[in-house]
Ligand binder design. Structure first.
Ligand code: UFG
Length: 339
């Protein structure tokens, strides 16, 4: 198939490109390099069969450019990863998030509408659920969506936009995948995670193990969880990408699919730290710090729906294995793509 990957130079998008190329698809990448890396594209170019990967630098809000790309490459399906995804940043600059994530997605959909591209797999997030009460955990797709930050709100607005559009265009089909905490890297270490600045737990542990940070902090040790630290569902990026491929192949005209993507169980911050110490063999320094605003105590997914409907299930269910693949990358690239 001819697939457009928006945000294909970023962490998750580049892993999607790798998988799609491996499966024999023709991949076109659109990325504005706000969070993406030219080096990721270079690696992918080096791995792709001639003519199988094309790259266009641009922004989703450049609608004419996007429409031309869709037409020129005869795109059949779009995997839409391009987004800003820092909760804290979104609290400080909601307009940036709604413009980039919502207006960007609207513009993409308008371009797709103009040239008749009818299939979309959208990166949504468990942040659309906000802070479900403990009786709603594990979280099902039917859990009320009440985001508590502009990032989650911007993604929920896109889900609603897609539903409205699908209601008026019967041939259109979409899947919104609500990611939990994505972690790990390509097991062969060819591409990986490189956020600047880094805010995610597992990369921060690994940077502490590398000595790139003097110490790391646990944000809150007084949560109502067994060890007092927050619990999250860490899904491997390779499994996440596999869910996209399942969704892409399943889409039929009129489909409006919504799936949680996780491993279906949670790990605490302390468990992640212990695992990172074990995998790296480094007893890096950890300090206890106050809670980070907006962190719900426990979030993990129920993934029965995607398993029942599409036959997808996570294969990386062992945190040690997930952290090991991340460590392959971080230990070989302490400075990310600069190495
Ligand atoms: N944490 C620490 N120390 C750190 C970094 C994180 O203790 O240095 C803790 C956080 O407080 C949280 C847990 O580790 O309890 C996981 O934090 P991350 O920042 O790695 O991930 P989040 O759960 O905050 O965020 C993820 C995604 C977001 C998504 C959100 C939905 O990264 O994109 O889940 O809740 F919106």
């Amino acid at each position: 198939m001819n697939v457009l990957v928006t945000g294909g130079a970023g962490y998750i998008g580049s892993h999607a490109c790798l998988r799609l190329l491996n499966d024999g698809h023709a991949v076109s990448v659109l990325d504005n390099f706000v969070n993406g890396h030219q080096q990721a594209i270079d690696v992918l170019q080096g791995l792709a069969e001639p003519g199988r990967l094309t790259f266009c630098e641009g922004d989703l809000r450049e609608r004419d450019k996007v429409a031309a790309l869709l037409e020129d490459r005869s795109i059949e399906v779009v995997m839409h990863f391009a987004a800003l995804a820092e909760v804290g940043q979104s609290m400080g600059d909601p307009l940036l998030y709604h413009d980039n994530n919502f207006v960007g997605s609207l513009s993409l959909l308008q371009a797709m509408d103009r040239v008749g591209v009818r299939r979309l797999v959208f990166s949504s997030t468990c942040a659309t659920y906000g802070e479900p009460d403990q009786t709603q955990i594990p979280i099902r797709e039917t859990c009320p969506q009440r985001p508590i930050n502009p990032y989650g709100a911007s993604k929920l607005h896109v889900e609603r936009l897609l539903a409205d559009y699908a209601g008026s265009v019967p041939e259109f089909a979409y899947a919104a995948l609500r990611y939990f905490n994505v972690a790990g890297s390509d097991p062969e270490g060819r591409i990986g995670e490189d956020h600047r600045p880094e805010s995610h737990l597992i990369p921060i542990c690994l940077q502490a193990a590398l000595g790139k940070r003097d110490r790391m902090s646990i944000f809150g040790t007084d949560y109502p969880t067994p060890d007092g630290t927050c619990i999250r569902d860490y899904v491997h990026v390779v499994d996440l990408v596999d869910a996209h491929v399942h969704a892409m192949h399943a889409l039929e005209p009129g489909d409006q699919r919504h799936y949680n993507i996780g491993i279906g169980k949670g790990h605490s911050v302390r468990e992640c730290i212990d695992t990172a110490r074990e995998v790296t063999g480094v007893d890096f320094e950890v300090v206890e710090a106050p809670r980070r605003p907006g962190d719900p105590p426990t979030l993990f997914a129920c993934c029965d729906r995607i398993q029942e409907e599409l036959g997808w299930t996570a294969r990386y269910t062992d945190l040690t294995e997930t952290v090991s693949t991340a460590w392959n990358w971080f230990s070989a690239h302490p400075n990310g793509y600069e190495d």
